[in-house]
Design a protein around this ligand. Structure first.
Ligand code: ZN
Length: 527
């Protein structure tokens, strides 16, 4: 089904509107605790954020600075003069009857973000389809595609409605939470591109440490606009807005569903004639018609009279100085400098904590490696010689083994007991064949449980590789004595039986011997 749109005569035209909650200490216009999501309902509130008459909003300077930082990270032009406006609509979760937002002078405008696909960013559905029919053409993912950003503005979040069969309750803890809203140009052409864009955006917010940006927790919320147009046509047709998408998967599925729904309408000569709003039904995996969307004139925007316009020149200057290396750049540097594969570099830069951990591990490992007495050459020569091998080793043990174990045990990097120093030492044990990979896995599990020095744990639990060939010889003599039938079979030409004997020898040496060494000695003995 999915691949029909590769050859279909319509091009999807997709734009996104994203809200990101800022994790400032206090709310956007009052001094209430901004961590209301963790507090009992209606305890982090005051007359300002519950819209009592006669109160004055005071803008949160931190939120403005973070908004500017995010706008800079998205290559936006910062408006030196910016202001807040009232956006009027009535809803039970909006006690003032208006939301303080920004209309004509947002914090930033005219930016862009580049997206670039890799194999693993294929959507789940694409992968399912490819597994079923591997001969189908692969979905083309973009390479350095630029998605233009229309604007980035600041606003306050609404309260939260809690619906139940008895009625609806309102929790005002969320009212007044600072939000940045990011609006893209309709430059996105597929569900996979939309997902890639959102992942980049999440990555940026995390790196700037302005939001946890977890979609499932509502820190990052996305509305999607989808329309189609015949291939070659440059006109825009009425779009459908899909609201309340709270996971990457929902965004992807909703877009795929909507493209198929609209394709059928176009084919039947019933292309959408006006703007509509649809909600995503996660249970049914369909979109459903909601109310007809209001045009911006219906919001009756006007300047917020209680907050004077403000100058952003100084904020911009400060934010530029504080802007960290952004994840896209870190990713490239990780691959070039550390010899990590592109996909490992991407995984390790999805969270700034992981990126820090990775840098520290590499720095420790390199320091250790270049100080080894038996390695010849200058530091540069040693690095050039070992970079790729060390990069692959560390990348693999971090992204598949350690991250896998952490996911299994639901351990977050912030709670990890393994320090970068310990992990670097662990890597050096593997790199110098002091431990084989089976026992290294066991050692890593023990480190994950209680932390600690890997060499000590290896000694105590006798996980290290037996270097002593006499010991291996003795073990092999035993194995040969105890398994005469297999030995006879081997000598009569059934050489595959050697695996059975190696297994026995591994048991005899408690997994501490290197299987390759065992094989070499065994083959000699069986001649
Ligand atoms: Zn308040």
């Amino acid at each position: 089904m999915l691949f029909t749109f590769i050859i279909m005569p319509y091009t999807p035209v997709i734009g996104l509107e994203i809200h990101i909650q800022l994790k400032t200490k206090t709310k956007m216009f009052c001094s209430c605790d901004n961590r209301g999501e963790f507090l009992p309902p209606n305890t982090a509130i005051c007359p300002v954020c519950t819209g009592q008459p006669g109160v004055l909003p005071v803008p949160n300077q931190q939120a403005i600075e973070w908004g500017v930082k995010m706008a800079l990270a998205l290559n936006c032009k910062i408006n030196s003069l910016s202001k807040f406006d009232r956006k009027h609509y009535f809803y039970p979760d909006l006690p003032k009857g208006y939301q303080i937002s920004q209309f004509d002078l947002p914090v930033g405008e005219k930016g862009f973000l580049e997206i670039s696909g890799t194999e693993e960013s294929l959507s789940e559905k694409n992968i399912e389809d490819l597994e079923e029919n591997p001969k189908k053409p692969k979905i083309k993912l973009p390479k350095n595609k630029r998605i233009d950003i229309t604007r980035l503005h600041l606003e306050e979040d609404a309260a939260k409605n809690l619906h139940s069969p008895e009625g609806t309750l309102v929790d005002f803890n969320r009212a007044g939470t600072p939000l940045v809203e990011i609006v893209t140009e309709p430059d996105i052409a597929s569900a996979s591109e939309a997902k890639l864009f959102l992942q980049e955006l999440q990555n940026l917010a995390k790196f700037l440490k302005i939001s946890d940006a977890e979609m499932e927790k509502g820190h990052l919320r996305c509305d999607v606009n989808v329309s189609l147009r015949p291939v070659g046509d440059t006109k825009y047709y009425p779009k459908t807005e899909i609201k309340n998408l709270n996971s990457f998967k929902a965004v992807e599925r909703a877009i795929e569903y909507e493209i198929q729904r609209q394709t059928k309408l176009w084919e039947a000569g019933q292309a959408p004639e006006k703007l509509t709003t649809r909600g995503w039904n996660d249970t049914e995996q369909t979109t459903e018609e909601q109310r007809v969307k209001e045009g911006s004139e219906d919001y009756r925007y006007f300047p917020e009279p209680d907050i004077p316009p403000f100058n952003l020149a100084a904020v911009e200057k400060k934010a530029k100085l504080e802007l960290p290396e952004l994840p896209q750049k870190t990713r490239v540097r990780f691959a070039d400098e550390y010899g990590l594969s592109k996909s490992d570099a991407k995984i390790l830069t999805q969270d700034p904590e992981w990126a820090d951990f990775t840098e520290q591990v590499f720095s420790e490992v390199w320091e250790w490696l270049t100080s080894l007495p038996d390695l010849d050459g200058t530091e540069e020569e040693i690095m050039a010689k070992h970079r790729a091998k060390v990069g692959r080793l560390i990348g693999g043990w971090l992204t598949s083994k350690l991250m896998g174990l952490m996911a299994e045990n639901k351990i977050d990097i912030r709670l990890l007991k393994i320090t970068p120093e310990n992990f670097a030492e662990f890597i050096s044990l593997i790199y110098t064949n002091k431990i084989n990979s089976t026992n290294a896995q066991l050692l890593l599990e023990k480190m994950l449980e209680a932390g600690g020095d890997p060499s000590i744990i290896m000694e105590e639990d006798r996980l290290g590789q037996v270097q002593d060939t006499n010991l291996i010889e003795t073990a092999l003599d035993n194995v040969i004595k105890m398994n005469p039938d297999q030995v006879t079979q081997y000598r009569s030409g059934k050489t595959a039986v050697i695996q059975f004997l190696i297994g026995k020898a591994m048991k005899e040496t408690r997994g501490q011997a290197d299987p390759q060494t065992i094989k070499t000695i065994l083959e000699k003995k069986l001649k």
